[in-house]
Write a protein that binds this ligand. Structure first.
Ligand SMILES: Nc1ncnc2c1ncn2[C@@H]1O[C@H](COP(=O)(O)OP(=O)(O)OP(=O)(O)O)[C@@H](O)[C@H]1O
Ligand SMILES: [Mg+2]
Length: 235
């Protein structure tokens, strides 16, 4: 089995400044891997580098063994990597339905707008509402629905729980569970919310100042409160 995502020595940043300072990380098919870290440690920059939105300075990003580092974003998306961006990025002046329709990529696969509505009936109810009329949770569902329409094999989610109430975070966790249960979707979950990572991930990595400072199975990390406290300021 080839590793779906294999990252070696990845370095990137803005201008002369390095934000991602040498990261190695593997994601195997069917896995859910969580990357945790405090504000500003470089999580989004890392995700944007994988997606081709920030240029790598050094290192490689192998997808199914093929190095895509430095390719433009549209070429990387063709490898069926989807991004649910931080802050959802729903188009406020488009309806729910329009937000979904423009995400249809013509990639062969199982996801259609109707299937997204079957999975997320709340979006069907709100199909004629404007993006700006949605709650945070509905926007997050819409952002996930849009990413699914690209029929991804690998989905990167950048802080999906950010700003959501605990009950809504539970809905997002349940949704991701359902999407991953047959092992066909692989997930790299960026989070600050430990509960989401504990509920979903097989493996947890902690990022600090652009490098990974700790990696463990979720089971081992759950027992290691001292490390969580030291690296994330939570217990
Ligand atoms: N477009 C940009 N241009 C210049 N510097 C940037 C840019 N985006 C982010 N940075 C800087 O890079 C560093 C890491 O930011 P990044 O957004 O990757 O962190 P993060 O871990 O995702 O934070 P958060 O948890 O707040 O989302 C910060 O110092 C930030 O100010
Ligand atoms: Mg971020």
């Amino acid at each position: 089995m080839t590793t779906l995502l294999e990252i070696h020595g990845l370095v990137s940043g803005y201008g002369a400044g390095q934000v991602v300072r040498g990261i190695d990380l593997n994601v195997e098919p069917g896995q859910i891997v969580a990357l945790l870290g405090r504000n500003g440690v470089g999580k989004t920059t890392f995700v944007h580098t994988i997606m081709g939105m920030v240029r790598p300075i050094a290192g490689s990003v192998l997808i199914d063994g093929e190095d895509v580092a430095g390719l433009p974003a549209h070429a990387i998306a063709r490898h069926r990597i989807g991004l649910v961006p931080q802050g959802r990025r729903v188009f406020a002046a488009l309806t729910v339905e329009e937000n979904l329709r423009i995400a249809v990529r013509g990639v062969r696969g199982q996801w259609t707008v109707d299937r997204v509505y079957d999975l997320l009936p709340r979006l069907r109810e709100r199909r004629r509402n404007w993006g700006h009329q949605l709650s945070g949770g509905e926007q997050q569902m819409l952002a996930i629905g849009r990413a699914l329409l690209g029929n991804p094999r690998l989905l990167l989610l950048d802080e999906p729980s950010d700003g959501l109430a605990p009950a809504v975070i539970t809905q997002i966790i349940d949704l991701l569970h359902a999407l991953c249960k047959d092992g066909e979707l692989t997930v790299l979950l960026i989070e600050q919310d430990l509960r989401s990572a504990f509920a979903l991930a097989d493996t947890i990595h902690i990022m600090d100042h652009g490098i990974l400072v700790h990696s463990a199975t979720t089971t081992a990390f759950r027992r290691d409160r001292a490390t969580a406290q030291r690296l994330l300021g939570v217990s």
